[in-house]
Design a protein around this ligand. Structure first.
Ligand code: SRM
Ligand code: SF4
Length: 517
């Protein structure tokens, strides 16, 4: 599908490859690809179209693919977690999984010849990775404490699932939405603290009351890219929960049919909104929806600071608790996944949840079982009360697996935080986000301190460095941070962060803290 305004000749390379063959077509070729082996598969299918079924060729580790799941609202059963753990386990030292900044999992080390069997297993437990990459709608995020939060406004679980089912034809794949102009992000907030970062999504639903009815104000166009980052703007629309799926469909159809396709750097939804103006965009969406939209409620219900859910919290159900475990930079191995599945089954209700901070929540733990859960050895690795700097650390994949990366991120982030923690004591968590390149998968713009990978020159040599972002505000009155200093060599980062933490975040050198206490 091409926009009426875009002549075929000026289509970019990705539009051309989609026009030649829809990405979803590779779903029917997986057995054939498995037999051929990764080196013999057509390059365009292997490097691009396979992403339509969540299979990512990794140029950094050729032959070892990444599988990006879809986990609506970040929720999975322990049976599903075990299947994922078994998949990762097959690959020994190459196998691992990362919790992503979209409340999702990516599996690593995957061999193409195993894909048919892996997908068969996924299907048997209701898992899918369809349409999780390239010009598709990404994992749909929702409140990680949906249905258990004592102060929740709206339980987002069912709606998130319904929106995913509409987009993916219940996980089977839906060619109506496999040729968007670009990626598309959707979030549904259900709590008072905006724990989905609604403002950085192309389409987001934020709880708001109108005429005494709880529904959602709608915001549109939020995105990060290497060239431009923008927070979502109001559509000036309020919808009741039963219109969320239809409105999501209408917005996607408008974007699909009219979104800009000539230049991939200018293809995200906000560029169309810019071209049309929000009023025209709203009118076209209404037309697509088939009825007028109510204007937005005067105010939304986001009035809390953002929570990170690390620790033990009583649920709305008396006698039950949710336990938030810190997973350092979201990295899991097969053993960890089996352990998490086991504790969720033994102490909880057989459910594991993920957060956009790359952590895990075990819900539904009865008061009587808390102490035994907290004494489990796995909680030494995945703590409920990590040091404040570790607690709020987020990192994208970086150069270990990502070919866009300009720097190594996850291991460096952990090592640096440990070194800083050894020297400083912090009164509260400071949200430090690492991202390996300007694509901003690690969301440095929402952090207290954001670090974006770049190349610098140090002593006449090329070296890994970062641009420093500050001022990201999350939760109530969320605001994007901006770049305050460019080109800091990673080697020089520790003293700079140390000073910053002392001057702006109340950190105290450990010796001084010990004397004054
Ligand atoms: Fe991302 C591309 C990883 C969240 C903006 N992102 C990529 C690729 C697929 C590039 C590639 O093929 O190597 C990365 C895969 C590396 C790997 O092997 O893991 C990648 N993105 C990630 C993840 C895994 C980061 C993480 O460690 O958590 C996140 C997966 C989310 C998921 O489960 O689907 C991830 N990416 C994001 C976010 C954050 C968010 O959604 O809140 C953003 C910024 C928000 C946005 O998109 O508006 C983001 N990723 C990008 C972009 C820039 C998009 C643009 O419009 O220019 C790219 C590059 C692109 O699409 O051309 C990209
Ligand atoms: Fe890769 Fe860059 Fe995204 Fe990090 S920010 S995962 S380095 S594309």
């Amino acid at each position: 599908m091409t926009s009426a305004a875009t002549p075929a000749a000026s289509l970019n390379k990705f539009e051309k490859l989609k026009a030649q063959k829809d990405g979803l077509a590779v779903k029917a070729q997986l057995d054939q690809f498995a037999q051929l082996g990764w080196e013999a598969v057509d390059e365009t299918d292997r490097d691009h179209r396979l992403k339509w079924v969540g299979v990512f060729f990794r140029p950094v580790t050729p032959g070892k693919f990444m599988l990006r799941m879809r986990l609506p609202n970040g929720i999975l059963t322990t049976a599903q977690m075990r299947v994922l753990a078994e998949v990762v386990q097959r690959y020994g030292d190459d196998g691992s999984a990362d919790i992503t900044t979209r409340q999702n999992l990516q599996l690593r080390g995957i061999r193409l010849e195993d894909i048919p069997d892996i997908f068969h297993r996924f299907q048997s437990v209701g898992l899918t990775c369809v349409q999780s990459g390239m010009d598709n709608v990404r994992n749909i995020t929702g409140s990680p404490v949906a249905g258990i939060d004592a102060d929740e406004l709206f339980d987002t679980r069912e709606l998130v699932q319904q929106v995913q089912d509409m987009i993916t034809n219940c996980g089977e794949g839906n060619s109506e939405f496999t040729n968007l102009p670009r990626k598309f992000n959707i979030a549904i907030a259900g709590g008072r603290d905006n724990c989905v970062h609604a403002e950085i999504n192309d389409l987001a639903f934020v709880p708001a009351y109108k005429y005494g009815v709880l529904g959602f104000n709608v915001i549109v166009g939020g995105f990060f890219s290497a060239k431009r980052c923008d927070a979502a703007i109001p559509l000036n629309a309020w919808v009741a929960p039963d219109t969320v799926v239809a409105l999501s469909r209408a917005v996607l159809e408008v974007y699909r049919d009219h979104g800009l396709r000539a230049n991939r750097q200018k293809a995200r939804l906000m560029w169309l909104i810019d071209e049309w103006g929000i009023e025209k965009f709203r009118a076209v969406v209404e037309e697509q929806l088939g009825h007028t939209l109510q204007t937005a409620a005067e105010k939304d219900e986001i009035d809390w600071e953002k929570r990170d859910h690390i620790g033990v919290f009583p649920q709305k159900q008396p006698g039950l608790n949710y336990v938030g475990l810190h997973i350092p930079v979201g990295r899991l191995y097969a053993e960890d996944m089996f352990d998490l599945a086991r504790i969720a089954e033994v102490y909880g209700s057989g459910e594991v949840r993920l957060t956009i901070e790359q952590n895990v929540i075990i819900p539904n733990v009865p008061d009587s079982r808390l102490d035994t859960l907290l004494a489990e050895p796995v909680l030494e690795r995945f703590s409920i009360n990590p040091d404040p700097l570790t607690q709020a650390l987020v990192s994208c994949t970086g150069s270990q697996f990502c070919n866009f990366a300009l720097i190594e991120t996850k291991n460096r982030a952990l090592a640096l935080i440990k070194a800083l923690e050894a020297e400083l004591s912090l009164p509260r968590p400071v949200r430090i986000h690492w991202t390996g390149c300007p694509n901003s998968c690690g969301q440095p713009q929402v952090a207290d301190i954001g670090l974006m990978g770049t190349k610098v020159r140090k002593n006449g040599q090329a070296a890994e460095g970062v641009d420093l972002y500050m001022g990201g505000k999350v939760g109530k009155d969320a605001q994007l941070g901006s770049c305050v200093q460019k080109g800091i060599a990673c080697e020089d980062l520790k003293p700079l962060l140390r000073d910053l933490l002392i001057e702006q975040f109340g950190a105290k050198p450990r010796q001084e803290a010990a004397v004054s206490s």
